[in-house]
Design a protein around this ligand. Structure first.
Ligand code: ADE
Ligand code: ZN
Length: 337
């Protein structure tokens, strides 16, 4: 059964916004704990509001939901709930985005945010053997100056941060606006990724590569509109962290059958599957693998290649990558017996 195959396949998740894993049940629990008023009266009402027409219509609700996160324990509980869920999906390694500005702009200190998340990551290492990295994202609808201040505020926690990213509303906020803050991140020895080509044009992917010097593109599905760009991505073996359920929920593609992931895979791009904001888009890792497999009729070989790409594209050291690739090979060998 394909469900069981996907369940057992060892996976890495590289595109996950921790604020996007806030399930309505936890949102209500934290609202009560922190005496925060929510614009919804029930979990069902929240879920019913999750009908999006584009990225912005989602971001409005996503930033409002994050308003219940105030204390270290809230960030711990949020992260722990995600990690437990990912562990159940047989996810072995995660690289987690967080949006500090969503919190610091409400008066929550950087220390509170990072400490809560970090503690949960440590516990998952101890309890599940799950490895992880933390990636700090700058909100691109805010200024580069604000991003620079955010980076400075995070530097006391440099040891807990692996890299920086760029997210939020894409169109109208091209990567070129953030060249200096990414240069500063380079000086600090941080890895770099950026959302590009989700709703924005291929030009934004070129800028992320050439001006920001990223080592992965988040989403990147619009690269297929530009042949020269595809050649470049192939030449650099540049990974793309694709999020299929997110793309259909935000109407980048109307339905899964229209998604271009299989075409990307077939031209040889390093495509990975990820969940983006699972609480909002109706699914975690295995749900994304399954929906994509069904929509695009992916073979077991395709799924194995995608899972391997997740580890190849990770920031893990090479010996760990090799270990995970071997474990996928061992799993695959057992399937044909
Ligand atoms: N923040 C959370 N999810 C996002 C997405 N899919 N695109 C841009 N910013 C985001
Ligand atoms: Zn994202």
């Amino acid at each position: 059964m394909i469900e069981e195959f996907i369940q057992k396949l060892p996976k890495a998740e590289l595109h996950l916004h921790i604020e996007g894993s806030l399930e309505p049940e936890l949102m209500f629990k934290l609202a009560e704990r922190n005496q925060v008023e929510l614009p919804f009266s029930s979990v069902e009402e929240v879920r019913a509001a999750y009908e999006f027409s584009d990225l912005q219509s989602f971001l409005d609700i996503y930033y409002a939901g994050a308003g219940v996160l105030l204390q270290t324990a809230d960030f711990f509980d949020l992260t722990w709930a995600y990690l437990e869920r990912a562990h159940r999906d047989n996810v072995k390694h995660v690289e987690i985005f967080f949006d500090p500005q969503t919190h610091t702009d409400r008066g929550v200190p950087m220390r509170t945010v990072i400490t809560g998340i970090h503690k949960a990551l440590e516990q998952a290492k101890q309890q599940f053997g799950m490895t992880s990295y933390l990636i700090l994202c700058f909100l691109r609808h805010l200024s580069e100056e604000a991003a620079m201040e955010t980076l400075q505020a995070a530097l006391p926690f440099r040891g807990w941060i692996e890299g920086v990213g760029l997210d939020s509303a894409e169109v109208g906020f091209p990567p070129e606006l953030f060249e200096r803050v990414f240069a500063k991140a380079t000086e600090e020895g941080l890895r770099k990724v950026a959302h590009a080509g989700e709703e924005g044009p291929p030009e934004y992917i070129w800028q992320a590569l050439d001006l920001l010097g990223v080592s992965r593109i988040d989403h990147g599905v619009r690269c297929m509109e530009d042949e020269k760009l595809v050649e470049r991505l192939l030449k650099d073996n540049m990974p793309l962290t694709v999020c299929p359920l997110s793309n259909t929920k935000l109407r980048v593609f109307d339905k899964m059958e229209d998604h271009n992931l299989k075409k990307m895979l077939d031209v040889g791009l390093c495509v990975t599957i990820n969940s983006d904001d699972p609480a909002y888009f109706g699914g975690y890792m295995n749900d994304n693998f399954l929906a994509t497999q069904k929509g695009l009729n992916l073979s077991q070989e395709d799924l194995i290649e995608i899972a391997k790409n997740g580890f190849r594209a990770s920031f893990l050291p090479q010996d760990s990558i090799d270990y995970h690739l071997r474990s996928i090979d061992e799993f695959a060998a057992k399937q044909n017996k």
